[in-house]
Design a binder for this molecule. Sequence first.
Ligand SMILES: *Cc1c(COP(=O)(O)O)cnc(C)c1O
Length: 237
Amino acid sequence: MADSIAARIERVQERIHTACARCGRTREEVSLMAVTKFQSPQDVQAAWDAGIRLFGESRVQEAEAKFSADGSVSGIRAGSELHLIGSLQRNKAKAAAALFDCVQSVDRESLIDTLGNSTIAWERPLMLLLEYRTGEETKAGFQSHDSLFRAAERAMAFPGLALAGLMTMAPFTDDTAAVRAAFRDLAAARDGLARRFPVAGGWRCLSMGMSGDFEIAIEEGSTMVRIGTALFGERGA
Ligand SMILES: *Cc1c(COP(=O)(O)O)cnc(C)c1O
């Protein structure tokens, strides 16, 4: 019998706590997202019951089936925050803007236009993170600090969009120096953006760190770790 989700969550919480203490940060500086892609409604509910209030999904349709008004775990939607962390196709952008609190996987300027145009008259802006490519394996993401600057400028022209920071997936490797360098690069990009575009409370979110590398990410300044496997076990193959 595998460990319960509650026990796994507690263990991850302890590891986050320890990592924060080790580098002189407070636990409150780091949010824990449960990545629930491919997880059953029962497991999503179990995570909620164990105190998780931030969820990440990588596909719009799967997220709708769970979190929309008639979705399988619709009861937890109002009290939680839901972020899209997987690549978003143009034809799903409107649905994504309607369902998610934040789109973390903004990886091209045309997507900014699409999201911006579908949120023009919104009272509460849609939160966005720009995805930065730091690992060769993943194709998604802006590839240079300059391209991030251009994208940020474009997003700031839309009143319905609120840029909150940056997201990355580090390279999948045992080479921890390479992983650390990727996180450092993301933090440097964020610092550059904050200098170039000073906005009140802006750029505070650095979404970096997954099951295999979240402690390094915390040491390098992560404010949000996105954890799937360490909370739920291996995703069904
Ligand atoms: C699946 C996924 C995660 C979680 O990965 P684990 O290694 O299972 O913790 C985090 N971020 C993104 C963008 C993902 O697609």
